[in-house]
Design a protein around this ligand. Sequence first.
Ligand code: 4AD
Ligand code: MG
Length: 464
Amino acid sequence: HWSISDLLAGKVDADTTVTVKGWVRTRKDSKAGFSFINLHDGSCFDPIQIIAPAELDNYNSEILQATTGASMAVEGKLVASQGKGQSFEVQATAIEVLGLVDDPASYPIQPKPHTMEFLRTVAHLRPRTNAIGAVTRVQNCLAQAIHRFMHERQFYWIHTPLITASDCEGAGEMFRVSTLDQTHMPMTDKGEVDYSQDFFGKEAFLTVSGQLNVETYVSAMSKVYTFGPTFRAENSNTSRHLAEFWMVEPEIAFADLAQNADLAEDMLKYIFKAVLDERGDDLAFFNQRIDKTVIERLEGVVNSEFERMDYTEAVKILQNSGKKFEFPVEWGTDLQSEHERYLAEEKVGKPIVLMNYPKDIKAFYMRMNDDGKTVAAMDVLAPGIGEIIGGSQREERLDILDSRIDEMGLPKENYWWYRDLRRYGTVPHSGFGLGFERAVLYATGMKNIRDVIPFPRAAGTAEF
Ligand code: 4AD
Ligand code: MG
């Protein structure tokens, strides 16, 4: 059978007999002896219109029972549509109703606007809505574009582990992984739970980032990336944070921070251009119904040259802005999202790569700058969203890495293999992480990160 997108795009000649299969969005019955059924199958934003004549033998018994959400297989003739806005429709010669909807009045996905909050309570059915269907196509377009971009530039995709002993970001936001019977946990002499036995006799966690592992591969394969789930046990209930999210993490050898920033800029432009080129139907919906500036903002990213700015400069701009921020800024403090958004939205009006942050607010692996105070870190801040990418040049000098590990009180023995990379043929290298769902938020204009991942995991949200 044909996908609705192929039929509406004219890939099949008019007057051909076709079969389409999908779910009913709406059904309207005319007194003139036929019904109009809008059928969707996920392949594109628009449903296709089916004209079902009353002469069909199951018209009264089945077709008139097929309400919103019912599934069917339709055979009929593809004809040019008389109605406005539709290219083709199907004049049905046979309809097999595959599944009716139990108690149509209580079916949660009615053909009317629903709030995103409500749709989260029916996450198993929300893919049937216009909005979540469009999000799904855009997120898939982004994922394919990421792999294509990496492939064209000869990066290798490395599958890094989800279960790990090392805390990449050193922020203590890891979920424990345990194989032990939680009711009979081993205890230490001090009477505390002995987590060292957790994972078949070792301590283990869910990874917060694939970076440390991908650094091993960059030290042999030169250009690599990882793209997979990551986990953060941070109890932050915001529209930008999840406990489980996907991250794209490219890593490049023989590259400094400026080359890293170039790669980040090129990648964002490439993937957002793919959405503009391939998902015009979904973008038209988002632009009309969700965020009137989404297309303009995407075009802005694709066509503008990103601003580059040092942290120190940004602090001065914020201090001289005359704005009352909730959190005051001084050199050495981490920027809050109100500051990031001021810089990207009000001050510059396009994406900014903010670089060279104070060492004390960044992770142990970032390369120390010659000033002894800052590290070669970068965050990409996008108007309308704030931080979308975090990355750095990595510390490739063993002695300086060791003193950073000590300074931060991290367990050096856990990083023995990471340190080995600096002992055996070390090279300058850099990389970054793009929060995948943040990219989907940006590309759709959706307001809450829980609506751009199929099954959100956040504080207090683990159903489905
Ligand atoms: O800035 P982060 O913590 O950087 C890293 O994890 C580095 N190891 C990446 C690297 O250099 N390879 O996270 C990277 C990005 C952020 O910029 C943000 O877009 C996203 O991941 N992110 C989250 N997205 C959703 N929910 C959360 N809780 C997130 N935390 C970070
Ligand atoms: Mg960050």
